[in-house]
Write a protein that binds this ligand. Sequence first.
Ligand SMILES: Cc1ncc(COP(=O)(O)O)c(C=O)c1O
Length: 392
Amino acid sequence: MLARRTEPFGETIFSEISALALAHGAINLGQGFPDFAPPDFVLEAARASLEGGLQQYARGAGHLPLTEAIAAEASASFGRSLDPASEITVTVGATEGLFASMLALLDPGDEVILLEPFYDSYPANALIAGAVPRFVPLHPGADGRWRLDPDELRAAFSSRTKLLVLNTPHNPTGKVFTREELELCASLCLEHDALALCDEVYEQLRYDGRAHVRLATLPGMWERTVTLSSAGKTFSVTGWKIGWAIASPALSLGIRRLHQWIPFAVATPLQAAVARALVAAAARGYYDELRAFYSARRAELVAILRDAGLRPLVPEGAYYVIADTSALGASDDTSFCRQLTTEVGVAAIPPSAFYCEAHRPLARQLARFCFCKRPETLAAAGERLRAAALAR
Ligand SMILES: Cc1ncc(COP(=O)(O)O)c(C=O)c1O
């Protein structure tokens, strides 16, 4: 009855663990959404926009006040004056940006390079586009930093490579790619005439003063890079699903050709709200506040995991911690996370869901926890984890 393209897609690990968490009253450190309200100025922006008479379809490529606010905010970090009309497309979260971009850039049979652990919509989108994913795992070092092996990345490129997907700051490792790593990516894209899709939804969440370098700013990369971002993580409004794609007019045209047949346009009042929020955020130094808040939550979660006998790999960005579970004798990440959810009452995500079948064993002794939670939530999870560690 159903089309064959539906067959590879079962229930996501997030639905499974969230349902398990609900059934067992577990504290959910699995799925990455904040359990606190967005800042008042963001809610105020939404109220003002809803009452401002914007109830009908928006411009398909994006409500102009929003594309103008994005251009004003992002031009400096792109090192160019972004054109709000032709270089910024508003999408239904970065999720639709990923889907529309992959459909716009990939022909059936093209190869797309995905780094592991990946965000799970990347391989799904590539498959729907008929493309062939090539997987390159990141490796955790003894110092807790995740490394990209230049030889492995080089070996994944071929004459069929059309696209490299890069996520920085990275979910789930928290890795912030260095300029040198990005230079390697850029040189391989240029050498193989490949394009790049950069998922930068966590661009504001970097710790210890780390800089966010955009692949699109490296020499020769603007013309071949699509950069995606979203209001969800920055303003703690993941349910709004307002994202955007920044790219040259030629690449934006391709994305818009697909976007017009996916949602056509995105919720007008929420686009207007994000436009207001971007202007207000810059004026009040909000991004530094956000980083300070998450830096404190990161420290809390890292301490909790250490106390529980796990070895957290301290993230450089985003809001997840991958922990090494080997000291607890865990040998399978999925059973470990299920057990943690049902028996200890703290839900975490098994990272093997973010690897291709052949590379899944790399995640056997890992678990992903998120810290986009209130201090009380983390403290309650800490109590349960410590109690479980003591009882062992
Ligand atoms: C790496 C990454 N990309 C994209 C998304 C989805 O973004 P949005 O909610 O804006 O669709 C997420 C959400 O968790 C993510 O972690």
